[in-house]
Design a protein around this ligand. Structure first.
Ligand SMILES: Cc1ncc(COP(=O)(O)O)c(C=O)c1O
Length: 375
């Protein structure tokens, strides 16, 4: 039986939240209502849209435990926010940035593109030390300006100890940047406990939002270090005073929002977050981990399948990777897709990423479908 908050069709087992999640019922309803309102009244209710935007900022503040809504900018996606940091910081030749060799391209390309300014991008092999955190620390030296890492690795499910990394960065005066797209909406997150300087994530994965609307958290001292790379009316301190000359830049993270908001996306993401916050992130995290633990147990017990997910960290995520003993990933992936299991091919295997609403029975059914394939 499907969860009451979702209308996913019965012939699908949806295990792809680490890629793009389905919308909850209320999100679809919010988008339909917005479309109807817009088509009948245009922007007549613009002030309500501004209120919805403020509500979304408040929800995001709660989700990441930010000290203030002013620390959060609404951005297009993770990549845009990473680029704000990469192109905002005043680099000097010889500086280096420490990261891992498991990052999604967005958390690599922005930094590698600084090579022409003499900035080195160092990629730790996270399995090369006793802990993945120590593998990162081993690459740090007196020229390290920033450490950037995915909170949970997209192709292994490895979850980093952000508190430990944040404490290390603080001790050595290094900026700490977190690509949190595989965490937000799946597990609890606390920018203050992690001493994070910059955090970014798009809303379309575990947060159940639409593509193209994400958040960029920047701590006040850290955001003041960033040179602005985009300009427009929306970043003014006195946003709606269009005649003001000269103008002042917004003191908050809103300075990174140069133009009109993604109002449709804001209505959708706010509806999705209302579900997560209503259930509570503590409960969501425990259910996500219960499901990934269950998946790991069922996969490990199956003679035909091999569990690949990184087991080194004590911290758990919603991502589980496995492969078949004798069947190629491409064939197994096709078989699963054809049988209604929505998943991805990542990290040398098949990636299952269940969310809190998936039933244990459907998760087991997906594993049985993977194991039953016989050539
Ligand atoms: C770790 C990570 N970062 C970033 C992204 C996507 O970035 P964007 O929000 O810019 O599309 C993904 C998508 O798979 C991801 O897994």
């Amino acid at each position: 039986m499907k969860h009451a908050d979702f209308t996913l069709t019965d012939d699908l087992i949806y295990l792809n939240h680490a890629a793009v999640a389905p919308w909850p019922k209320r999100t679809a309803a919010a988008v339909i209502a917005f479309a109807e309102q817009n088509s009948r009244y245009g922007s007549h209710f613009y002030l309500d849209w501004i209120k919805k935007e403020a509500e979304l900022r408040q929800q995001l503040k709660v989700l990441i435990n930010a000290p203030s809504v002013d620390d959060i900018a609404l951005v297009k996606n993770t990549s845009e926010a990473l680029s704000f940091v990469a192109y905002g910081l005043p680099w000097q030749e010889g500086d280096n940035i420490v990261s891992s060799n498991e990052e999604f391209p967005s958390n690599r390309l922005a930094w590698q593109s600084l090579a022409n300014q003499g900035v080195e991008f160092r990629q730790a092999d996270l399995s090369s030390s006793k802990t993945p955190e120590e593998a990162l620390f081993a690459l740090v030296d007196s020229h390290t300006r920033l450490l950037t890492i995915s909170s949970i690795q997209f192709a292994s499910g490895l979850r980093l100890d952000l508190e430990r990394i944040g404490a290390f960065c603080k001790k050595y005066g290094i900026l700490f940047c977190i690509d949190a797209i595989q965490s937000l909406g799946a597990v609890q997150f606390d920018v203050q406990a992690y001493n994070a300087d910059f955090v970014m994530a798009d809303g379309h994965k575990w947060m159940f939002g639409p593509e193209g609307l994400g958040l960029f958290y920047a701590k006040p001292e850290a955001r003041d270090k960033l040179k602005l790379t985009q300009y427009g009316w929306h970043m003014m301190k006195d946003t709606h005073n269009y005649e003001n000359l000269p103008w002042e830049v917004h003191p908050g993270a809103r300075r990174f929002e140069c133009g009109s908001s993604n109002t449709l996306g804001i209505h959708a993401l706010s509806a999705s977050l209302s579900l997560l916050l209503e259930v509570g992130m503590e409960i969501i995290e425990s259910r996500v981990i219960e499901r990934s633990d269950y998946l790991k147990a069922v996969i490990s017990a199956n003679q035909q399948l091999i569990l690949l997910s990184n087991q080194k960290s004590q911290l758990k995520s919603g991502i589980v990777i496995f492969k078949h003993k004798s069947i190629a990933n491409e064939i197994l992936y096709q078989h699963l897709q054809q049988n209604g299991v929505v998943c991805a091919m990542r990290g040398g295997g098949i990636r299952f990423s269940p969310h809190f609403y998936n039933s244990l029975a459907e998760i087991e059914r997906a594993v049985v479908l993977a194991a039953e394939l016989d050539l």
